[in-house]
Design a binder for this molecule. Structure first.
Ligand code: SAM
Length: 274
C-alpha cells in the first residue's frame, strides 16, 4: 500500500529554484482538480481577473476590447488559457505561457488555436519587443521568489509603451487566516512578515510555495523593473457572486479586498535594460 504523506505547512525562506520546482510539481499534480472545481466559473473563453469575478470584458484594463484586434499579447501563468481564448475572440494574437505541463494539457483539451508555451515566467523564451501587451490573472507572480526578475523579463519582451496588467492575492490577506468563514476575519499574523508560506514533504522539500509582498513592495517591484503604475484596482465583491473560492468568500469579500490588479505601462527606454 502506498502511504500518502500529508505535507507540512510552515513559514521559511525559499529561493527561486525551489519555488519554481515546487510550483511545477504542485500544478501538475493539482491541475485536474483545479479545472474541475473552477473551470465552470472561469469559463472556457472568459477573461476573469480573480475570485470576485471581475471580467475584462467589463473592466477593460488592457484597453478597450475594440482596440485589441491585431495586437500581440502574452498571457503569463495562463493555466488552461481561458483568458487567451477571450483575447483571440477579440481579434488579438495571444500566446499562453505556463510552467505546468498538465495545465497546458487542459488548454489543449478545451481547444482553440492559441499557441501554448511551457516555460518559467522568470526566463521568457521570446525576443525583445515581441508583444504589445502582457497580462496575468493570478499566474506566476504570487508564486515566485524574485518578482522583479519576472517584471524585467516582461518589460524586455514588451514593446515601448506596452501595458502589463497582473492580478495577485491582495497583500492584506496575508495577515488573515485563509478561511472563508468568520474565522478568516481576525488578524492572525503580521502583514509585514515576508517569510514565504511553504508546504514541504517528509524530506523537507517544498511542494507548494506562496510568496508575500506588501502593497508597497509590489509598487517598488514594478517601478524597479521599468514600469509606470497607472492604476491599482481592488475589485469589490459583487452581489451576484455567491460562490466561494478557497478562502475568498462573499462574507469576507464584502469587508476586505481579496485581489489586487496592477495596471502598468512599460517606459520608453531600450528593451534590454531595466
Ligand atoms: C492560480 S493559476 C492561474 C491560472 C489562470 N490564470 C486561471 O485563472 O485559472 C496559477 C498558474 O500559474 C502557473 N505558474 C506558477 N508559477 C509559474 C512560473 N514561475 N512561471 C509560469 N507559470 C507559473 C501555474 O502553473 C498555474 O497554471
Amino acid at each position: 500500500m502506498i502511504q500518502e504523506y500529508e505535507p507540512e505547512a510552515t513559514r521559511r525562506a525559499t529561493g527561486d529554484t525551489e519555488s519554481s520546482r515546487a510550483s511545477r510539481g504542485w500544478w501538475d499534480r493539482n491541475a485536474d482538480e483545479y479545472q474541475t472545481e473552477h473551470g465552470a466559473f472561469l469559463g472556457d473563453d472568459r477573461f476573469v481577473w480573480g475570485p470576485e469575478g471581475l471580467d475584462e470584458a467589463d473592466a477593460a484594463l488592457l484597453g478597450p476590447a475594440s482596440g485589441l484586434a491585431g495586437l500581440d499579447v502574452l498571457e503569463i501563468g495562463a493555466g488552461a488559457a481561458q483568458c487567451s481564448r477571450w483575447l483571440a475572440a477579440q481579434g488579438a494574437r495571444p500566446v499562453a505561457l505556463d510552467l505546468s505541463h498538465r495545465q497546458l494539457q487542459h488548454a489543449l483539451r478545451i481547444g482553440g488555436d492559441v499557441p501554448l508555451v511551457e516555460a518559467d515566467a522568470g526566463a521568457l523564451p521570446f525576443a525583445d519587443g515581441s508583444f504589445d501587451l502582457a497580462c496575468s490573472a493570478y499566474g506566476a507572480v504570487p508564486f515566485v521568489a524574485d518578482p522583479v526578475r519576472v517584471m524585467r523579463e516582461v518589460r524586455r519582451v514588451l514593446r515601448p509603451g506596452g501595458r502589463w496588467v497582473f492580478s495577485v492575492t491582495h497583500p492584506i490577506r496575508w495577515a488573515f487566516p485563509d478561511e472563508p468563514g468568520p474565522e478568516g476575519l481576525s488578524v492572525a499574523a503580521s502583514y509585514f512578515d515576508r517569510t514565504p508560506y511553504v508546504e514541504q514533504d517528509e524530506h523537507g522539500r517544498a511542494v507548494y510555495v506562496e510568496h508575500h509582498r506588501t502593497l508597497g513592495d509590489r509598487v517598488r517591484d514594478v517601478v524597479a523593473a521599468g514600469f509606470r503604475l497607472i492604476d491599482l484596482v481592488e475589485p469589490e465583491w459583487p452581489d451576484w457572486n455567491t460562490q466561494e473560492w478557497g478562502g475568498w468568500s462573499p462574507l469576507r469579500g464584502h469587508l476586505i479586498p481579496g485581489t489586487a490588479i496592477f495596471v502598468c505601462e512599460r517606459d520608453e527606454g531600450p528593451s534590454g535594460g531595466s
